[in-house]
Design a protein around this ligand. Structure first.
Ligand code: ADP
Ligand code: MG
Length: 257
């Protein structure tokens, strides 16, 4: 078995990357695909989204990038049988400086992930909104990139920058890197801005757009507050269903080969 490694990326904050990483990973796990979620954002909050308090974290990306612990040791079990999680515990300026320095070497994560790639079917990497260091590591290690785009307030510039960056990484480090797709997040139907952004996206990136879009729903923030993926907080909510559909869109694509 060799895992499909999907980086969740966009060089813009607040677009739904972490929400998508956590909920897509949870949905893949619910579909009984053995999944590992890696929080590669040094100041990331995936741990909070999954209800992990600092005392429950024995090791994380800080130790993996420090070469003091393996990725396997830094993996934590979650509420979901098929989902494991590597937290980002970089979270101090001193640790971040060291982490950033080591991440200048693009292949650290690729090497660290090798064992996990044989153990899991999917590895989802939540990236910070930058295009260097740890994101270069994530893309060098990945099969594909998934871009969440906030509908109504999206940046064509961020998307086009990321497409260029993917080309660059393909050239220097990972020739087989693919675009998994663009998913619209925080989608509000029947609004003018949604209509305009959807039209613009279709015009430029139609073949990359997922059929599934993720609706805006306050419940997402509530579920974060309770430290649960949306699907475990309220399985019937439109947003939980949407993330399950997104997972199935991805699973089907890989099953077709
Ligand atoms: P990023 O990781 O790209 O910075 P987040 O996933 O942290 O973005 O999301 C940014 C904010 O938007 C968070 O407060 C999150 O709860 C909220 N959010 C994300 N997706 C949705 C959604 N579908 N509906 C409502 N709020 C959302
Ligand atoms: Mg984030």
């Amino acid at each position: 078995m060799s895992a499909k490694i999907i980086s969740i990326c966009l060089p813009k904050g607040g677009v739904g990357k972490t929400t998508t990483a956590v909920n897509l990973a949870a949905s893949l796990a619910i579909a009984e695909k053995k999944t590992l979620l890696i929080d590669a954002d040094p100041f990331g909050a995936s741990a909070m989204y999954l209800g992990f308090t600092p005392e429950r974290i024995k090791a994380g990306m800080a130790e993996v990038f420090n070469f003091t612990h393996s990725l396997d040791f830094a993996s934590h079990k979650t509420e979901l049988e098929y989902l494991d999680f590597v937290p980002s515990n970089v979270n101090t300026i001193q640790r971040d400086e060291k982490f950033t320095k080591i991440a200048e070497n693009r292949v650290v994560l690729k090497n660290a992930i090798k064992g996990a790639a044989e153990k899991y079917e999917y590895i989802i990497i939540d990236c910070p909104p930058v295009m260097r260091g740890i994101v270069a590591n994530a893309l060098t290690a990945s099969t594909s990139v998934l871009m969440p785009v906030k509908s109504g307030n999206f940046s064509l510039e961020a998307i086009s920058k990321l497409f260029k960056y993917v080309e660059y990484i393909k050239e220097i480090a990972n020739p087989t890197l693919k675009i998994e797709g663009i998913v619209m997040t925080m989608y509000e139907s029947n609004t003018k801005v949604t209509e305009i952004s959807e039209r613009e996206l279709k015009l430029r990136y139609n073949k990359f757009l997922f059929k599934t879009y993720i609706p805006r729903n306050q419940m997402v923030m509530e579920s974060t507050f309770y430290g649960k993926p949306a699907i475990l907080y309220n399985v019937n909510a439109n947003v939980s269903m949407a993330y399950l559909e997104l997972a199935y869109e991805i699973i089907n694509k890989y099953q077709k080969g």
